[in-house]
Design a protein around this ligand. Structure first.
Ligand code: PLP
Length: 804
């Protein structure tokens, strides 16, 4: 590390000239960024080695978090902050005439995820390292991250996200730790020394090569590892069709599937899942065997977590290793496997529940399929013995049924813990979606409400608010976020509230600058910044938001007595490329924006902004500048949400349904500090039970609804003939599955309340303060400590990596 800015500056200049063989004054921003990144990574190397050495020597129980996505974003600023180097580095760079912010702009977002699930995995890694816990991530190093979104004439256009074009400074290729992964082929069994032996032959082998990224804890000495795999051609393959083989192999880790709410059932996706699982388990067991002799007590030393069902093949793969390679009996292997694995469910949307046709699964993974069949048979037999004659129940719980392998049952049956991600979500799992499993294995089901790392989502992304907080209550909240509650004593401190207002205004000014730069028009920072940023999905109901904007606009045009506080509606959302409806909603938002933003009558009153290419780095600019957080999913559909927590932590007030973690937000801040509306989860679920509701009635009885709906198709928007018929039909012909009409009136009312409340400045600021003060609960440190104690059985007190 560096003693001071001068030492850093010398080293930096020297490194850059050595690396690029050119005089410093001619170096480009990219070269400067790359040099700085390399230096930071090397700074960390000694502690990385030390951490691993300590794990080896102390033989602490290790946690491995398997996830098909890690939505990391940029790492430079966070790493500097965690290392405590931010000041020295920015000072040293400034001396050289370089702005650290500009170097940060050079870094590409590591967008190896779709949204919430992948971002959760990234937050968890930050918390594990910051809490000195021995926890590591395993994922896939996609050559292309989630697509880059461009908006052209209001439509989403997708471009490949070439995040690796200039390399990734944080990674280290570990070719010597590559492992071979077999696909296809045949399995034969024979008896040797009285034991049944299985041999997998004629397989197509692929080499999985790991790239390691150091995960640096906040001001601790712990450096954990995120290991990402790529698929490369194996040297052992002497295929006749070598070019085709090479292409097929490399395609495995080429693309991230851009849809997390629909199961595509594609063979390439299954190949990705097996790559992740087989390579990770090989690597985990290799590490384990260097320190321990018997795998019989694997679960005392290793916990493997399955993030959603994408890595659920870990169940049969671990069984395969224990039985075929290590010679354990089925029962021994089952005991070890179940006690090692745990699983998180992320959704109750049935279209998202993964299932694989056996006609794909069986030939691609023949030995794994045999094991899944055996697990299934034993499980069904157990059920039968518990409850003879319960055919229907067994069929609905079976892992294999109707020619498909169901991944959720596989994960539940093969784990010792199954958790949901918010109170309501876990209740719905236990009482409805997974009721039979919860009744069969009640001790397995538990809740772990999601969290976010406050180090990125507050400390790094909102420095002025962080400084204000620290000035008021000291910096203890950075380690223990519950201490944010101490802010409550400033509720009646007019001076402090004014400062809070000033910080928010400055952040809004900054975002207005970004909007001007990107969208080419200005927005009024004193208007309400009303923000909905998240993936575009029918259940998240961006449509409800737009229809409400249309209603406001209509009324503004027609009713001279209509007064409302000026609003800027801000959207950010990517739609899956194949999701027709979602793309139409994007077009609608942009069409409404165009109409309103061009209308002189709306000037100074209404603005609509669509920020393209929503991603982690853009999110970091948005949350600190938001007044209103739109969390308006159809109740029961959003498992938790984590965007809602980021907004809250940055002092935005939520308008939302009682869905996902909004329920816990409400419990924490109280109903007076949140704008609730709409059906409850119970109401939605009971409507659904009886086949939905009559959306036509709402269309006919509510003029406002009729007007905005008709505008979708009657030429209200020029040149959009037939453009929005799919949306129109979803509301009327398809009975408005997501209850947009049903919740419309209630939403309008809640929005009116928002407009009025915003003008009562002191009350509003107090609410904002309460939201910040109560947001400590949503630190992912709290979440991770719960996982550590209750699922992984690692006690943070004795697990510190510092005791060597
Ligand atoms: C937090 C986050 C999400 C998840 O947002 P939700 O509102 O919970 O769906 C998605 N994308 C990015 C870039 C995020 O930072």
């Amino acid at each position: 590390m560096f003693a001071d800015a001068a030492e850093f500056k010398r080293a930096f200049q020297n490194r850059l000239e050595m690396a690029y063989g050119k005089n410093f004054q001619y170096s480009t921003k990219r070269e400067q960024f790359h040099t700085l990144g390399t230096m930071v990574r090397e700074c960390v190397s000694a502690e990385w080695i030390r951490t691993n050495e300590s794990y080896r020597k102390t033989r602490k129980k290790q946690v491995y978090y398997l996830s098909i996505e890690f939505l990391l974003g940029k790492l430079l600023r966070q790493n500097l902050l965690n290392l405590g180097l931010e000041e020295i580095v920015s000072e040293g760079l400034a001396d050289l005439g370089i702005d650290l912010d500009e170097l940060e702009d050079q870094e590409a977002d590591a967008g190896l995820g779709n949204g919430g699930l992948g971002r959760l995995a990234a937050c968890f890694l930050d918390s594990l390292a910051s809490l000195d816990l021995p926890g590591h991530g395993y994922g896939i190093r996609y050559k292309y991250g989630l697509f880059e979104q461009k908006i052209i004439e209001g439509y989403q256009v997708e471009l490949p996200e070439q995040w690796l074009r200039h390399g990734h400074v944080w990674e280290v290729r570990k070719a010597d730790e590559s492992v071979e992964i077999p696909y296809w082929g045949k399995v034969e069994s024979s008896v040797e020394n009285g034991k049944l032996i299985f041999r997998h032959y004629d397989a197509e082998t692929v080499t999985a090569v790991p790239y390691d990224i150091p995960v640096i804890g906040y001001r601790t000495r712990t450096v954990n590892t995120l290991r990402l795999w790529t698929a490369e051609p194996s040297r052992t393959m002497d295929s006749k069709h070598i070019l085709q083989y090479k292409k097929d192999t490399e395609s495995i880790s080429e693309f991230l599937y851009p849809d997390d709410t629909h199961d595509e059932g594609k063979i390439l996706r299954l190949k990705q899942q097996y790559l992740l699982v087989a390579a990770s388990l090989k690597s985990i067991i290799l590490t384990y065997k260097k320190q321990n002799t018997s795998l019989l007590s694997l679960h005392d030393h290793v916990a493997i977590h399955i993030n959603d069902t994408h890595p659920a093949l870990a169940v049969p793969e671990l069984m395969r290793i224990l039985i075929d390679e290590e010679g354990f009996s089925w029962n021994e292997a089952w005991h070890i496997t179940r006690n090692t694995l745990s699983y998180t469910n992320h959704t109750t949307l049935s279209e998202a529940l993964e299932r694989w046709p056996t006609s794909i699964f069986q030939p691609l993974l023949p030995r794994i399929y045999m094991i899944v069949e055996e697990i299934n048979e034993r499980f069904c037999r157990d059920l039968w013995e518990r409850e003879p004659g319960s055919w229907a129940k067994i069929e609905s719980m079976a892992i294999i049924a109707n020619g498909e392998v169901r991944m959720a049952p596989l994960a539940i049956i093969g784990s010792h813990s199954v958790n949901g991600v918010a109170k309501l979500h876990t209740e719905i799992l236990k009482k409805r979606e997974m009721r039979l499993f919860a009744e069969t294995f009640p001790e397995r089901f538990n809740n772990k409400t999601n969290g976010i790392t406050h180090r990125r989502w507050l400390l790094k992304s909102n420095p002025s608010l962080s400084n204000l907080i620290t000035g008021a209550i000291g910096d203890g909240w950075i380690r223990e976020t519950e201490k944010l509650e101490e802010l409550l004593s400033f509720k009646d401190d007019a001076g402090f509230l004014q400062e809070l207002d000033r910080v928010k205004s400055a952040n809004k000014e900054r975002l207005a600058g970004i909007i001007f730069e990107r969208n080419g028009f200005s927005v009024d920072p004193s208007s309400i910044f009303d923000v909905q940023v998240k993936r575009l999905h029918a259940y998240k109901r961006q449509l409800l938001n737009v229809l409400h904007i249309m209603y406001m606009y209509n009324r503004m045009k027609e009713d001279p007595g209509y007064h409302f506080y000026p609003r800027t509606f801000i959207f950010g959302a990517k739609a899956s490329p194949g999701y027709y409806f979602a793309k139409k909603v994007i077009k609608l938002i942009n069409t409404v924006a165009e109409k309103i933003n061009r209308d002189k009558d709306a000037e100074g009153r209404l603005k609509v902004v669509f920020l393209e290419n929503y991603r982690v780095s853009l999110a970091e600019d948005i949350f600190p500048a938001s007044d209103i957080s739109e969390q308006i999913s159809t109740s029961s559909k959003e498992a938790s949400g984590t965007g809602n927590m980021k907004f809250m932590m940055n002092g935005a007030l939520t308008i939302g349904t009682l869905d996902g973690a909004n329920v816990e937000i409400t419990e924490l801040v109280g109903r007076g500090n949140i704008f609730l509306f709409g059906l409850t989860a119970e109401e939605v679920l009971s409507y659904q039970k009886y086949g939905g509701y009559h959306s036509h009635e709402y269309y006919h009885h509510d003029k406002r609804i009729r007007q905005v709906t008709d505008q979708l198709i009657n030429g209200f928007f020029p040149d959009t003939e037939n453009e929005f018929t799919a949306i129109f039909d979803s509301l009327l012909s398809h009975h408005d599955q997501y209850f947009v009409y049903r919740d419309f009136a209630s939403y309008v009312k809640a929005q009116e309340k928002v407009g009025k409340s915003f003008q009562e400045r002191e009350t509003w600021l107090k609410s904002s303060l309460v939201n910040i003060a109560k947001s400590g609960y949503f630190s992912s440190d709290r979440t991770i400590l719960e996982y550590a104690k209750e699922i992984w059985k690692i006690d943070p007190k004795t697990q510190s990596s510092l005791d060597i």
